[in-house]
Design a protein. Structure first.
Length: 329
């Protein structure tokens, strides 16, 4: 009778204690691997994850980009490519990995007079600067910068993308900027090729997840061909199954979420839609991120994982923070 009474008493309160201790042990174990758990209950959710959504930059790659070279097109005008990009670097003062690669290769310069600035936005995938007596220079993703004239250069861009290189277009227009838009479609004057270094531990890390029946989805704002090639190199299954979300409606994004492995040209809201669609398909979704563009998706995910070198807002809303910014942790 006394034994039965003790067991009955332990069932409600003892289980709570046991669960709390188990979760606390999990938090301690993760802490040894430079992983900060901000919500103790995410330990339980982490155990149920069957789809992991990754961004290419900072997770598969180490985020240190390098400009390998640039290719000039057309007749040379009253400008010098190195000088123009050096001035753009000084004007925009961006802090992302792509900008740092441009700064390391082209440097800084302030010998041109700036008239108008159009900062980079994830919606249009380019930035632009108007210089006095010269015109407007646009720098960004080729298909967004060149618009309809992109088809002429598409085969060459795809060739570079198939090599795993990121391609930026520098284009020129005599017209200025008004109401946040370049008044005339610019003409291509250079393609800039950027190499993104793959993390040494990425292959083993992704192999571990796939061996434990966790499906990998790679979500990126970059060209899907480039992302697919990098995913292939690190052993992501079905990496050849890629799609660009540029121009797709919200309904179309929801429909194709489970059909592809690599998603390119993804906007912040589309990342959130992808997570929601995977959850509706009865999956438990983990999401990694480090930038403001990832916040919507991280808040929606069942388990959100932030890099310590990311922006403060991302770290504040994430359940787990990787203190060494290394996903292998």
């Amino acid at each position: 009778l006394s034994t039965s009474s003790a067991l009955i008493g332990m069932i409600p309160s003892g289980l709570v204690l046991l669960t709390t201790v188990a979760l606390a042990v999990g938090v301690r174990r993760l802490a040894k691997h430079q992983t900060l758990v901000q919500n103790i209950y995410c330990i339980e959710m982490l155990a149920h994850v069957d789809i992991l959504c990754l961004d290419k930059t900072g997770t598969i790659t180490d985020g240190t980009m390098k400009v390998t070279r640039f290719i000039e097109y057309g007749k040379k005008g009253e400008y010098n490519i190195d000088d123009i990009i050096a001035n753009i670097n000084s004007v925009l003062q961006e802090t992302n990995a792509t900008s740092k690669a441009l700064e390391n290769y082209f440097g800084f310069s302030k010998n041109l007079t700036v008239e108008e600035i159009l900062p980079f936005k994830s919606d249009n995938k380019y930035s632009a600067v108007s210089f006095s007596k010269l015109g407007t220079f646009v720098l960004g993703a080729p298909e967004f910068v060149l618009k309809s004239s992109f088809e002429k250069i598409a085969p060459e861009v795809n060739d570079y993308s198939n090599q795993g290189l990121r391609v930026l277009a520098l284009a020129y227009s005599k017209e200025g900027i008004k109401d946040g838009k370049v008044l005339k479609v610019p003409k291509l004057i250079a393609l800039i090729l950027i190499e993104d270094r793959i993390r040494e531990e990425a292959y083993d890390t992704l192999k571990f997840f796939q061996e434990n029946n966790v499906e990998i989805k790679v979500i990126s704002g970059d060209n899907p061909v480039t992302v697919s090639e990098i995913a292939r190199r690190v052993g992501v299954k079905n990496s050849e199954n890629y799609i660009s979300l540029d121009g797709l409606t919200d309904e179309e994004v929801l429909q194709i979420a489970t059909n592809y492995t690599v998603f390119g040209r993804v906007k912040p809201n589309q990342k959130k839609l992808l997570v929601q669609a995977l959850q509706k398909a009865n999956h438990t979704v983990a999401m990694t991120g480090d930038g403001v563009n990832d916040i919507l998706a991280l808040k929606e995910a069942d388990c959100s994982i932030a890099m310590a070198n990311g922006v403060s807002a991302v770290k504040n809303i994430s359940q787990v923070v990787l203190l060494d910014s290394n996903f292998a942790s």
